[in-house]
Design a protein around this ligand. Structure first.
Ligand code: NDP
Length: 252
């Protein structure tokens, strides 16, 4: 017996944060193809977000793009209110937004950078979870996009980023236990070495290629491969899975 979404008559409505490119865009497109009504959240890249919406619609799905800086409380409140108005109450949430800055040792990090990373990666996750939980019902699900860095610590590269992902892991575990009795599941994926533009922000666009030979599967991953795991965790197929983590780092 599978325990499915109780709201059979309602559409599944998903917000994917940071969905203008990379893993978020791949996830939004996959969820669109699976019949979710999708809110493509973006920060700065309007055209890219519009293209994701067009791609979803071309494949027969329904989507909208909403600009919101999810590290800001007012933006998150507006994001959820606007999504509810246009698509319906949010039943599924993917906290995908994550940033990092140039590779650096901890001793050289500024407090401003540390706080920006924590606000963008962790506060956004907290705020979106809080708004989502207000309307979610049994059968709803949240997936947080953490990172293999939460376990490795990313020494000499981005300890600030790794620490933010560690915080997301703890938030995932705690919230999953708070919501389990309500039938709302909370899980996370921990990708690593995925071909996206994020590595350029870290100062090394070819980081995945450089490290490929050290990855057991001998290659980097595609955003679509992460999207598959996220979609599965959101789906009723994962109805007995909560507080769990899927590592997607080629064996690392
Ligand atoms: P990208 O850098 O390719 O994309 C980041 C996305 O986040 C963009 O759509 C960007 O929007 C959006 N964004 C950034 N800041 C904000 C904000 N304040 N509010 C709203 N949206 C924002 O990232 P990836 O696809 O590589 O990564 C996605 C997630 O996966 C992140 O959490 C990352 O930490 C995690 N991850 C990635 C790995 C990898 O190897 N790529 C490995 C491990 C984890 P816009 O462009 O419109 O500004």
């Amino acid at each position: 017996m599978t325990h499915t979404n109780n709201n059979k008559n309602q559409y599944k409505v998903a917000i994917v944060t940071g969905a203008s490119r990379g893993i978020g865009a791949a996830t939004a497109k996959l969820l669109g193809a699976q019949g979710y009504r999708v809110c493509v959240n973006y920060h700065k890249q309007l055209e890219a977000a519009k293209q994701v919406v067009t791609d979803i619609e071309s494949a027969g799905g329904q989507a909208i793009a909403i600009q919101a800086d999810v590290s800001k409380e007012a933006d998150v409140v507006r994001l959820f209110a606007e999504t509810k108005l246009k698509l319906g109450a949010v039943s599924h949430l993917v906290n995908n937004v994550g940033i990092l800055f140039t590779q650096s040792r901890l001793v050289d990090l500024s407090l401003a950078r540390f706080n920006t990373v924590m606000n963008t990666n962790v506060s956004s996750c907290f705020l979106c979870c809080r708004e989502a939980v207000k309307t979610m019902q049994a059968g709803s699900a949240i997936v947080n996009v953490s990172s293999g860095a939460s376990k490795s610590g990313a020494p000499n590269e981005y300890v600030d980023y790794a620490a933010s992902k560690g915080a997301m892991d703890s938030l995932t575990k705690g919230l999953s236990l708070e919501l389990a009795a309500d039938g709302i599941r909370v899980n996370a994926v921990r990708p690593g070495f995925i071909h996206t533009q994020m590595h350029a922000d870290g100062g090394e666009p070819n980081r995945v290629e450089r490290l490929a030979s050290q990855i057991p599967l001998q290659r980097g991953g595609a955003p679509e491969e992460v999207a598959e795991a996220i979609a599965w965790l959101l789906s009723d197929a994962a109805s007995y899975v909560t507080g769990s983590f899927i590592d997607l780092a080629g064996g690392r």
